[in-house]
Structures are given as structure tokens and as C-alpha cells.
Design a binder for this molecule. Structure first.
Ligand code: ZN
Length: 231
């Protein structure tokens, strides 16, 4: 079935320079052994669970809900629906996916399939080397995201399996109290992917994604290698 499928990496390479959520520690790597000295090379790395292209498990905002190791593996392989609002947004860092955007997507491309991962392309992936544009000024978090109304529609009327975006977070940076995380998706056990890239290489419908998240025991999330397959 996957013979000849195109493989696209949606993952930002992970290193110390990556843009973090304000206040979160940058990843660190320490070389413990080298080929020259020990015959083999290996490092110890440490990272905040929400670093780079990463996965949010439902317990991230809902105490006692599913931890990342308990997320069923079959929920990590999903058809992708890619909604591109980058040209409508332009420079609007406070913009959000509206219900009208979702209806326009379905009129143009067809109904979002049950269980799909809905990936929002805002165009912010173009700025993921420029902290000020990607995240906003210090103390003034600014980037686009999912509006509450559209997220509710996707969860309640389309039975989606996950949400993803090319920004620091699913909720717009200017939103207070993370309304989508805390009220719409995580309470229903729905996961997120944040800081995706290369969404411009995906069609609106027809691709699949494989979410290679680490099953950290008891974890709230983890960096993930997210791979898209285009049959
Ligand atoms: Zn996160």
C-alpha cells in the first residue's frame, strides 16, 4: 500500500537553539563517550517535554488524564486534513482558525474524515528561526492558532483524532487560560502536535501522518518525529 509513497518530515531538528515556550529550559546535550576515547560515541540529552516539534498528551492540562505512554498507538497514525489559512492571515499574529475557514475548507475539498488529525498551516513555520516573529516580544506572546468555536466544531461535529499546528501552541498566543487545551480537546482525550513544519508540502486531504512520540512513562508529552506519507 505504501509502495512509492512520498515521505515528508514535519519535524524541526532538535538542538539548543530551538525556540522554546517563554521560560521553558532549552534542550541540553552532553557528550559522555567518544569513538576516539571509548570506541563508541553517545551523549546524554535532557529536554523539557514540550520542546520543538512535540506532542501534548491529555494529562498536560487535565490532571489524572492519559499520560503520553498510555496514548493508544493506533491513535498515532491518522489521516491528515491540512487547513491553510496563511494567505488570509498575512501578518496577523492574533488571527485564529474560524468556523467559516472550516466550512470553506470542506466546500472546496470535501468533508474532514472521522478521526483525522487536523493540521493548521498559519505560515508561522517560516519564522521558526526568528524568535521575535515566531513567538512575539518578551512578555507579549503572539502567534495564530485555533479559535474555540472551530476547535469545538472539529471535536464535536467531526470527531477528529488530533490537532496540529506550525506555531508554538494550539491556542493563539494572545488567548488567556489556553481555552482549546483545557476546555475543548484534552478533556476529550484528544492530543496536539505543536511546532510542525513543512505543512506547505501536504495536500488538503490524502496524506497520512505517523506520530513517533516517545512513550515516556507518566509523561505529559514529548518531542516527536512526525512523518507524513503521501500515497
Ligand atoms: Zn505542548
Amino acid at each position: 500500500m505504501l509502495n512509492g509513497a512520498k515521505v515528508i518530515d514535519l519535524t524541526i531538528p532538535l538542538g539548543p537553539g530551538i525556540i522554546m515556550w517563554p521560560g521553558a529550559p532549552a534542550p541540553e546535550a552532553e557528550t559522555l563517550v567518544t569513538v576516539a576515547h571509548d570506541g563508541y560515541f553517545a551523549r546524554r540529552v535532557s529536554f523539557f517535554e514540550h520542546t520543538g516539534t512535540h506532542f501534548d498528551a491529555p494529562c498536560h492540562f487535565i490532571e489524572g488524564h492519559t499520560t503520553v505512554d498510555k496514548v493508544p498507538v493506533d491513535s498515532l497514525v491518522r489521516a491528515a486534513a491540512v487547513i491553510d489559512i496563511s494567505s488570509r492571515l498575512g501578518d496577523d499574529a492574533d488571527g485564529e482558525l474560524s468556523l467559516e475557514d472550516v466550512h470553506a475548507f470542506e466546500s472546496a475539498h470535501g468533508r474532514i474524515p472521522d478521526g483525522a488529525a487536523v493540521l493548521l498551516r498559519t505560515g508561522w513555520e517560516e519564522f521558526n528561526n526568528d524568535e521575535r516573529r515566531y513567538a512575539g516580544a518578551p512578555g507579549d506572546l503572539r502567534f495564530p492558532g485555533f479559535g474555540v468555536e472551530s476547535a469545538k466544531f472539529l471535536v464535536e461535529e467531526r470527531n477528529i483524532g488530533g490537532l496540529g499546528t506550525d506555531t508554538l501552541g494550539i491556542d493563539p498566543g494572545c488567548a488567556t487560560n489556553f481555552p482549546v487545551h483545557s476546555q475543548v480537546t484534552h478533556p476529550k482525550g484528544i492530543w496536539h502536535l505543536e511546532n510542525l513544519q513543512n505543512l506547505k508540502l501536504l495536500p488538503p486531504l490524502g496524506a497520512w501522518i505517523v506520530v513517533g512520540v516517545l512513550p515516556l512513562i507518566g509523561g505529559s508529552g514529548s518531542p516527536a518525529r512526525v512523518i507524513a506519507l503521501l500515497p
